[in-house]
Design a protein around this ligand. Structure first.
Ligand code: GLA
Length: 379
């Protein structure tokens, strides 16, 4: 991939890149919508991601290219405005440039920039966080800035929240930044505090990407965010992570039925993340799988961010031999289902699931058998 990137950079800009960084996509392992509620979450960086290549220019121009789009997009260094249409992918690197001064960091002036990806976009694997982190690393390196990794992660999230305009939590950027092969990333989002937990040997990930996306997905994400904040206000706490599971009985009397369902999902999901960490430390993948599937059921019935396509995949996967558990991964309302399996689960089993899905919905999901991978780095 690196050779292809250098080649494409040369073909596009007529010279070699000076700096290259790569940032991985991520799986949300368990901890659905817990991040912006101040809770805990487990994710895994995967072995696919986004590369960014960079070379400085001295004419105060910035030129952006991507392997996914044909045209080179040029703009002067003093223009840092949100782009739309075919130019909107540049909002990720531009958002990073806009965020850097907020953290006291200098950015580069003029440059040529190329992004390349082997991460399917729109699959709930956070291609946006990956491009943010890869961009942040090349820009920081170019400017001679070496902030702690936690700051790089925050720059990425800031870009997403304030430039792209999605009120996401720290999960995606945190996992892309702190990923480690054969480990899960544990985030206590309140700090935030980042840690890793070893993944027991013999655990495999399979992703089934439905390519479905609710037309209102961004609005629905924001609506869930707002309902969670309403629940916290109704219960007199800053964030739902402050509500212990035992307080849910009282909470039910204080909240509307819909807002209570959202709150219950978050409070119980945080407890499931805790239980998952303990089960992982014991190497009990059976229990981990049970918790993953319980998380999906809670999304389905309480948080209502699942879809009939995602439910079908989970229902088909869970009773399949060698599957520990399955759940939607990411924001929901479409996207992908993740299954945790033992090594005996293979292509034949995965195809069986995909065929059943195709029979029901008329289109095959993409199948991705993935490994955990390392976090964002200059390469
Ligand atoms: C998206 C957001 C994350 C997180 C998940 C749901 O991936 O970007 O911050 O909220 O949804 O857990």
């Amino acid at each position: 991939m690196k050779a292809a990137l250098v080649e494409k950079f040369r073909a596009t800009f007529g010279r070699a890149p000076e700096i290259i960084a790569r940032a991985p996509g991520r799986i949300e392992f368990i901890g659905n919508h817990t991040d912006y509620n101040g809770g805990i979450v487990l994710g895994a960086a995967i072995d696919r991601g986004v590369w960014a290549a960079f070379a400085a220019r001295d004419d105060q121009q910035r030129r952006f290219a991507s392997d996914q789009r044909g045209a080179v997009i040029s703009m002067p260094v003093n223009r840092l405005e949100k782009q739309s249409g075919g130019r909107s992918w540049t909002n990720y690197p531009l958002g990073v440039l806009a965020a850097m001064p907020e953290f006291g960091l200098r950015g580069p002036a003029g440059f040529d920039y190329l992004a390349m990806s082997d991460l399917p976009a729109g699959a709930g694997l956070s291609s946006s966080a990956a491009i943010e982190l890869a961009s942040a690393l090349v820009f920081l390196e170019a400017a001679g800035e070496r902030p702690p990794r936690e700051v790089v992660v925050k720059v990425g999230r800031h870009a997403e929240n304030y430039f792209v305009g999605v009120p996401c939590g720290i999960l995606d950027q945190g996992v892309s930044g702190f990923g480690r092969r054969d480990h899960l990333v544990f985030i206590d989002c309140r700090g935030p505090r980042f840690d890793t937990v070893p993944m027991p040997a013999g655990a495999h990930f399979w992703i089934f990407n439905t390519h479905t996306k609710h037309a209102l997905v961004d609005g629905l994400y924001a609506a869930r965010h707002a309902e969670c904040m309403e629940a916290a206000r109704g219960l007199g706490v800053p964030l739902l992570a402050d509500v212990p599971p035992a307080a849910l009985v009282v909470a039910e009397r204080k909240l509307s039925p819909v807002v209570f369902r959202r709150a219950r999902h978050i409070v119980e999901e945080i407890a499931r993340v805790d239980a998952t960490v303990m089960a992982l430390r014991r190497g009990d993948l059976h229990e981990v799988g049970r918790l993953l599937t319980a998380s999906h059921r809670s999304s389905q019935t309480l948080f209502e961010n699942s879809t009939k396509e995602l439910d079908f995949l989970v229902n088909r996967l869970v009773p399949t031999p060698h599957v520990h558990g399955a759940r939607l991964t990411g924001g929901g309302f479409g996207g992908a289902v993740m299954a945790l399996t033992s090594p005996e689960f293979g292509d034949a089993e995965a195809s069986g699931v995909a065929n059943a899905y195709a029979e029901r919905f008329g289109a095959r999901p993409d199948i991705l058998h993935t490994q955990t991978g390392d976090g964002a780095a200059i390469i």
